[in-house]
Design a protein around this ligand. Structure first.
Ligand SMILES: *Cc1c(COP(=O)(O)O)cnc(C)c1O
Length: 433
């Protein structure tokens, strides 16, 4: 096992994912390529579904936050596993629709839904809009009234938590482009406005405090603030919130320095905290919605590359260059995100080098990691970067006109293409002049 139990080394000394030899995968599908272990995604869905039902009750629903990894196949898996999904754009909604995902189980997010987005979502019959601001509330109301429908909505609320300072810092995330802060009074204002707006049916509140969070405290702080706010709403408006969406954010193990979170027991702990707060504040327990993204798909994925050059700059560092980079994984360039890398065809050898892994773009910042432990690399080796299932393909670009890699899914020892490799024709398809 390397970092996660579905990554292992076989008798040839090759890295495996879900029991499949990654060197064989590189030979069959080419590089760069994203590989996903389908069983891991399905198992994660089941863990969330089971834990949500057991600890929050049968009506609780986990949504897959589809921005983490979006293509038709993932919506089919989410539908089969009984998940809802959240979408944040017209493109994600379209992909969900194309996959046949049940529209009533879609929550539509985003801080700037266009009129077209709103019309398209209503055409599709999207179940719930998560309303970010007053202008949007009016635009949704107007479109709903025109159609003679009542649109189910939640309101996005900013509880004011900075998850990475581990405290409810009421100034922390109040300064956000998302949602309506409680401390400034704006949250209560939009609740009152929504209750008086025709064409919408306010069912509850949403909050999402951040991502890659390993501690329980930010979640319990957020829950306590939200429950107190729900009690305030009941007192001031006589309105009982039916649904509380607590967002996503559970952390994922990327390197051996990260802890592994037991999602089921985290959900149990959050549920007991929410239940306690509800009793304390004398409100009935709302239906709880969760929105995991990263924690459902990140660990399921790896990216395979071919090593092109190994360049040692004496006194400085060694660059290992691969046939991908920031276009397929911009996370190191954006956030210095840490990853684990393995030479897939030398996975049984010791990691005796410290290297910088560079991509192939004309840009010095095009790195996949620095100071990374790695087996000694040479041209032709297959390099695997682990835990790339989330926010890699979904953030991929065509910078330097590099085609996006395919997504290959492995399941029960077999591999199949889920998303084809882009071609140069695909990249130029919209060029008119
Ligand atoms: C990004 C996002 C999520 C998922 O966050 P993860 O950290 O990937 O679990 C859930 N809800 C909303 C509104 C988001 O923006």
């Amino acid at each position: 096992m390397i970092i996660h139990s579905h990554f292992d080394v076989n008798e040839k000394g090759h890295l495996t994912i879900g029991g499949v030899d990654t060197v064989d995968l590189a030979n069959e599908f080419g590089t760069p390529a994203y590989i996903l272990d389908e069983n891991v995604i399905r198992e994660n869905c089941r863990t969330y579904r089971r834990a949500a039902a057991e600890y929050f009750g049968e009506d609780a629903l986990p949504l897959y936050a589809s921005k983490a990894l979006c293509f038709t196949g993932i919506y089919k898996i989410a539908a089969q596993e009984g998940m809802g999904v959240d979408c944040v754009s017209g493109g994600e909604l379209y992909t969900a629709k194309k996959a046949g995902f049940p529209a009533e189980k879609i929550y539509f997010h985003g801080n700037n839904k266009t009129d077209k987005d709103i019309r398209d979502a209503m055409d599709m019959g999207v179940g719930t809009f998560v309303v970010d601001n007053h202008e949007e509330l009016c635009a949704i109301s107007k479109e709903a009234k025109k159609r003679g429908i009542t649109q189910r909505i939640l309101l996005r609320i900013t509880p004011g938590i900075d998850p990475h300072t581990h405290r409810a810092v009421v100034t922390g995330n109040v300064d956000s482009k998302f949602g309506n802060p409680i401390v400034t009074g704006q949250a209560m204002e939009i609740v009152k406005a929504a209750l008086q707006t025709e064409g919408v049916h306010l069912v509850g509140l949403h909050c999402h405090i951040g991502s890659q969070i390993f501690d329980l405290e930010p979640f319990s702080d957020a829950a306590s603030i939200m429950v107190r706010f729900i009690a305030d709403i009941k007192r001031e408006c006589g309105f009982e919130v039916e649904e509380l969406n607590l967002g996503g954010g559970f952390g994922v193990r990327y390197t051996e320095y990260d802890r592994e979170i037991d999602y089921a027991s985290s959900i149990r702990d959050i549920a007991s905290i929410v239940t306690g707060f509800c009793k304390e504040n004398d409100i009935s327990m709302p239906r709880v919605i969760l929105e995991p993204g990263r924690s459902l798909v990140a660990a399921a994925g790896i990216t395979l590359y071919t090593v092109g050059s190994v360049k040692e700059i004496p006194g400085f560092r060694t660059y290992v260059s691969v046939d991908g980079g920031m276009p397929d994984n911009p996370r190191y360039a954006l956030y210095q995100s840490q990853y684990t890398a393995v030479i897939a065809n030398k996975a049984n050898q010791a990691k005796d080098q410290r290297v910088t892994i560079a991509g192939r773009c004309c840009e010095s910042g095009d790195l996949l990691g620095e100071n990374m432990e790695l087996q000694s690399a040479e041209r032709g080796d297959i390099l695997a970067v682990l835990v790339t299932g989330a926010y890699n393909y979904s953030m991929a670009s065509n910078y330097n006109r590099l085609p996006r890699p395919p997504i290959v899914m492995v399941k029960d020892g077999k591999a199949r293409i889920a998303v084809k490799r882009e071609t140069y024709e695909d990249i130029t398809a919209n060029d008119v002049l």
